[in-house]
Design a protein around this ligand. Structure first.
Ligand code: ARG
Length: 481
């Protein structure tokens, strides 16, 4: 026999089994159970404090809810699939346990403000966890970068050799990408940390609720402003999904890089065995599956963002049941990103780089051509003309299987009188690397500056994040007293 629904009074008959199972969100929103209980705890406290319900009833509710929380944490809470969602389940179990008082819990509340409160609290925690992992990956990368500020490798554009860079510089590029990701998450956090409770179904409530109180009890900065906007709003989930997708695009690019670097054509690095798998038929194979899956799973986060945008697009204001389809994607993006972050850091940490191979790769592809042109500019030639002259020298080298630095002084003079023996010293790869001293450049001292400034920002993100984690722990401790 199906459990009674929260809203059964208006109906002569219950919904069909098919309708119940079709409309249920329990398989997905069970994940919000913890947040649902703490949300109810704050609400019940407030109801008692302001006198909407009797103090003793509020206390009965609070102790029932605390027990629910303990049971949930120890895995002793069974939810009924016939009850449509996690909110209904919690209220039902509570009422079964505490009796009449349970029937007063939902006073001055709707599932519309309730679900938004629960979901925001989930995203809030998800952001703190995600940022923590992002910072860890940044640190793994910086650790490697610090040792490689003098390691020369080819820098690419269009996947063609472009200019020499250091491996440390290259790794730091990833760090700054991830830094923006962390900033985006922390920024979204500030916007989402407002409490929906008290918005009711859509228009607020006639009960004398204290929204500041519930907001503070749940660790929000303040209550939301407009009740109708509040129950309609899933911007926080969308921002989170975007931030996850953006970070996954960065991780995907790192995955791609690892696939390339560990391939026999590049051999810039050897994948640690712990992150590789073999082939069922080809005994020699060592495949970079983890890196490939990170790359592949970015599709999940991108798809989730599209799904969420599509759910919200065109909905009229206020709550619409379509919005029940908002959680699965957010949960999935969170799981995808956090699991990929947990793999990518250690993978870069344990990679063994083939520095010699990287240096040898720099021999081909005229990585020093720009420097030769710049050298002519220093000797007075306009850059556009210098570009032509070096282009002609490159063409000559290609035809004769030579490098710019192996041209004789006579050959050089053939291209421009301004060239001489010094020109050849000027374009050694080391010199090219060390010369790029513009702010943000690849010269070792510049990369060291980048490392220092990245570390300072990581530390400030870390303390912002840890500060919030500690603050929320205190909030929960206080609430459960
Ligand atoms: N399970 C619903 C959801 O996730 C809860 C809100 C239901 N509200 C309503 N008016 N039917 O969106």
């Amino acid at each position: 026999m199906a459990e009674k629904q929260l809203w059964s009074g208006r109906f002569a008959e219950g919904p069909s089994e098919m309708t119940l199972s079709f409309t249920s969100s329990l398989p997905v929103d069970t994940r919000l159970a913890w947040y649902d209980i703490v949300g109810s705890l704050a609400h019940a406290r407030m109801l008692g404090e302001v006198g909407i319900i009797q103090k003793d009833e509020s206390e009965i509710l609070a102790s029932g809810l605390k027990q629910l929380l303990t049971d949930l944490e120890s895995g002793d809470l069974d939810l009924s699939p016939e009850l449509e969602d996690v909110h209904t389940n919690m209220e039902h179990i509570l009422t079964q346990r505490v009796g009449e008082a349970g029937k007063r819990l939902h006073t001055a509340r709707s599932r519309n403000d309730q679900v938004s409160t629960d979901f925001r609290m989930f995203v809030r925690d998800a952001i703190l966890e995600t940022v923590t992992l992002l910072l860890d990956v940044q640190y793994e990368l910086i650790d490697r970068a610090e040792k490689e500020t003098g390691t020369i490798m080819p820098g690419f554009t269009h996947m063609q050799h472009a200019q020499p860079v250091s491996l440390g510089f290259h790794l730091m590029a990833h760090v700054f990408r991830l830094q923006r990701d962390a900033e985006r998450f922390l920024d979204a956090y500030k916007r989402l940390n407002q409490c929906p409770l008290g918005a009711g179904a859509l228009g607020g409530t006639g009960h004398p609720v204290d929204r500041e109180m519930t907001s503070a009890l749940l660790g929000f900065d303040r209550p939301t402003d407009n009740a109708m906007d509040t129950v309609s709003d899933r911007d926080f989930a969308l921002e989170f999904a975007y931030d996850c997708a953006q970070a996954m695009v960065h991780l995907s690019s790192m995955g791609e890089e690892l696939v390339l670097w560990t391939s026999p054509e590049f051999r810039f690095a050897e994948m640690p065995d712990a992150f590789a798998t073999g082939s069922s038929i080809m005994p020699q194979k060592k495949n970079p599956d983890v890196a490939e899956l990170v790359r592949g799973r970015s599709s999940i986060a991108i798809g989730n963002l599209m799904q969420l945008l599509t759910v919200m697009k065109g909905l009229p204001l206020s709550y619409n049941r379509d919005m029940q389809e908002d959680k699965g994607s957010a949960f999935s993006s969170y799981e995808t990103l956090t699991s990929c972050l947990s793999m990518i850091g250690p993978m870069y940490r344990d990679l063994s780089f083939d520095r010699e191979r990287m240096a040898r790769a720099c021999a081909d592809g005229f990585l020093n051509a720009t420097d030769l042109a710049d050298h002519l500019v220093q000797r007075g030639m306009p850059f556009r003309q210098a570009h032509e002259v070096v282009g002609a020298a490159v063409q000559y080298c290609v035809k004769n299987g030579m490098r710019l630095e192996s041209l004789s002084v006579e050959e050089l003079k053939g291209f421009s009188d301004l060239l001489d023996q010094d020109s050849i010293d000027h374009i050694s790869l080391e010199a090219c690397l060390r010369r790029r001293t513009s702010a943000g450049g690849t010269a070792p001292e510049r990369v060291k500056e980048q490392i220092a400034s990245a570390k300072a920002i990581i530390d400030s993100h870390r303390s912002e994040c840890n500060g919030e984690i500690v603050r929320l722990d205190e909030v929960w401790e206080e609430l459960r007293k």
